[in-house]
Write a protein that binds this ligand. Structure first.
Ligand code: ADP
Length: 175
């Protein structure tokens, strides 16, 4: 599903964040150490290759809500933007920290004049953030940031499951 909002194409689609060759940057649902692991971080580090972690090491650790940008190595993109989402029930206030993730990721992208970016559903896997609340936060934050972005033309949410896709589609239909 696609929609254009203030000249930015917003798309939601089911897929794998490591297989987004049409987008300049992909966002990693990172861990504090910016290392490989499970979920999105594991998939990104495996696909990018060991040089990614070499670039990440001196940038770690990062705090919840922070984002850093690196090269993408063997991924078909130019940049990876690593965001540390809040662990639901532990890192407070979790809504504000999740907002910070999306806002800081977009700031990092803007700093490199990124024209297109893909986001996974940050914090909704191992970190346990309920998907509906997280979806609302991601849309609200991105819509609030859009007027400030000079370079971004396309933003895609890449969802791993059909159930998550349906929640994102319902949200995009509403805005
Ligand atoms: P977090 O630790 O921030 O919760 P996870 O990587 O565990 O991050 O999960 C975040 C979301 O990304 C979950 O909805 C999960 O299903 C999804 N996900 C896992 N692997 C991939 C992938 N390769 N591409 C896109 N989304 C993925």
């Amino acid at each position: 599903m696609k929609k254009t909002i203030q000249n930015i194409k917003i798309e939601v689609s089911r897929g794998d964040i490591t297989n987004q060759p049409d987008l300049e940057a992909v966002v990693n649902a990172a861990n504090a150490e910016l290392a490989s692991g499970g979920g999105v971080a594991g998939a990104i580090h495996r696909a990018a290759g060991p040089e990614l972690y070499e670039e990440c090491k001196p940038l770690a650790p990062i705090a919840p809500g922070e984002a850093v940008i690196t090269g993408a190595y063997n991924l078909p993109n130019r940049f990876v933007i690593h965001c540390l989402g809040p662990v639901y029930g532990r890192d407070k206030p979790e809504d504000k920290l999740l907002e910070d993730c999306y806002r800081n990721a977009l700031k990092r992208a803007e700093g490199k004049k990124v024209k297109s970016i893909a986001f996974p559903a940050i914090s909704t896997g191992a970190f346990g953030y309920p998907i509906k609340e997280a979806t609302m936060i991601s849309f609200n934050t991105i819509l609030a940031e859009i007027p400030k972005l000079k370079h971004l033309q396309k933003l895609k949410f890449v969802l791993f499951s059909e159930a998550d896709l349906e929640i994102y589609e319902a949200m995009l239909a509403e805005v």
